[in-house]
Design a protein around this ligand. Structure first.
Ligand code: SF4
Ligand code: SF4
Length: 228
């Protein structure tokens, strides 16, 4: 289980600034359980965005947005609605947003922040990783997490040490910031790189007050122990 929290509407509208049409994508897995991206929340978001003057070209809720094969096969039926939109608003955790951004050639905006569960992680398919930082930055990095894709976790890359596309610290790994650059170039959004990302507030990684007394926390901890 990966826990997410919806970003404030003002922040989402800031992401959509300059765009008129958007496609909504939710997740029937952890996001549905978190109350952030299931069918109900997607319908609510549609109404809120329409009220704010946006046109929603279509929507879908996929069982597991962390599964790229599933995303690609399901979205085949939605090509027209997606093409008609300026972007996709992805209502799920950092893994699902990254998997979607890797599966479609479209700007993907994150609608949620992934909440830190204090080291407990769900299982997911695919290579995308999220360290549950509590303040998702995927809006500024073409849907590739800078904290996990860059070995140094730089939020304003690149460090200058990469060689032939590989990281200076781990030559077996692709340089995360080169991947981000290439993704933004493919999306014709290199302008995003001009934005300076303020130093990260890592206090947002501290599990939220009250979370540790919930049954969800107890279940996640039990799963983590059994899996170790
Ligand atoms: S920026 Fe990365 S670590 Fe933070 S929530 Fe997004 S995907 Fe997860
Ligand atoms: S070479 Fe690339 S991935 Fe490695 S630390 Fe520098 S920016 Fe990050």
């Amino acid at each position: 289980m990966i826990l997410s929290r919806q970003k404030p509407l003002e922040e989402i509208l800031e992401y959509l600034n300059g765009e008129k049409k958007v496609f909504l994508l939710g997740c029937n897995g952890c996001a549905q359980a978190s109350g952030t991206g299931g069918p109900e929340q997607v319908e609510e978001m549609k109404a809120r965005l329409e009220e704010a003057g946006k046109e929603v070209t279509g929507s879908d809720v996929i069982d597991f947005l962390c599964n790229k094969a599933l995303i690609k096969s399901r979205l085949r039926n939605k090509i027209k609605e997606i093409e008609a939109a300026d972007s996709i608003l992805v209502m799920t955790c950092g893994i699902g947003i990254q998997a979607t951004a890797a599966s479609v050639n479209k700007v993907c905006h994150p609608a949620c922040d992934t909440v830190n569960l204090g080291g407990s992680r769900g299982e997911w398919v695919g290579s995308e990783r999220c360290m549950e930082c509590g303040e998702c930055l995927l809006e500024y990095t073409g849907g590739i997490c800078p904290l996990t894709a860059c070995t140094k976790g730089l939020t304003n890359g690149q460090c200058g040490g990469a060689s032939h596309g590989k990281c200076e610290l781990s030559p077996e790994r692709d340089c995360g910031w080169e991947l981000i650059y290439k993704r933004l170039k493919d999306l014709n959004r290199l302008d995003i790189l001009k934005k300076f990302i303020a130093p990260k507030d890592y206090s947002k990684m501290v599990p939220e007050p009250g979370l540790m007394s919930t049954s969800r926390w107890a279940l996640e901890k039990t799963d983590a122990k059994e899996g170790s």
